[in-house]
Write a protein that binds this ligand. Sequence first.
Ligand SMILES: Nc1ncnc2c1ncn2[C@@H]1O[C@H](COP(=O)(O)OP(=O)(O)OP(=O)(O)O)[C@@H](O)[C@H]1O
Ligand SMILES: [Mg+2]
Length: 258
Amino acid sequence: MKIETKEVVIDFRDVVVELGGQKIYDRLSFQVKKGEFVCLLGPSGCGKSTSLRVMGGLLPIAAGTVRIMGLSPSVAWSRIAYVFQSPRLVSWRNALGNVLLGTELRFGSKNKKAREQKALELLSLVGLSKDVHKYPSILSGGERQRVSIARALAVDPEIIFMDEPFSALDPTTRKKMRSEIEQIWQKTGKTIVFVTHDIEEALQLADRIILLTKKPTSVKEDFPLEEARPRDLSSSTLAVHRDRLLETFKAIESCIET
Ligand SMILES: Nc1ncnc2c1ncn2[C@@H]1O[C@H](COP(=O)(O)OP(=O)(O)OP(=O)(O)O)[C@@H](O)[C@H]1O
Ligand SMILES: [Mg+2]
């Protein structure tokens, strides 16, 4: 039997974060391997967004270690790109201009032709080949979020952090975007850390769900999902996983935060 040993690209070890005098993490530890799609699931306020800030080198830790591809977050930030809940596009640039802006900020304005070609390819990958000249004000919510995904991919990051990227969209668009991000992940082979509240979203997308407790936060359960993709959310295996996750989530919610 062939044993696959994938490289660890995120190593979060015994991390303590304190904010406003409150201990947010209680020696939080988890790892993410290259190419994995990991969902961080946990109650509101447990520190999911905070973990992305820590990994991006935007927030110091009080104890423990964080390594991104073996480097400290303050050095490794250029290997990372973010997609947030709101697309954060600039209104005075069209879709193409917004994708290019990400690369200009990181690499400067050289090689414009090549960067433009790449940006057009990425806009096509996210289904916007006909909309590259549209400004954010006339793009739909889903289209704006697609632009922000293309902008993240344009800097060719090793790891993409997504913080509830589809939660502001209507249910139909949300479902469509989920399957699109799954296809994009399969095509690009990027490592994705995806924060969500939504168990259905995690069941559809994750190779592994890291379920977090309330504050002070630790990992309640590290939950692998090996079902083939694209997944049928009505399948009996996923129903078993869903029941177990719901039960664990309820137990977490009923705990009193200290
Ligand atoms: N600058 C800050 N000062 C004090 N407390 C903060 C600060 N930033 C975040 N917090 C607190 O840290 C905790 C974790 O916040 P975070 O935004 O990471 O939660 P979350 O898990 O992403 O929640 P949600 O699911 O609601 O987005 C919260 O209790 C929040 O109030
Ligand atoms: Mg959050």
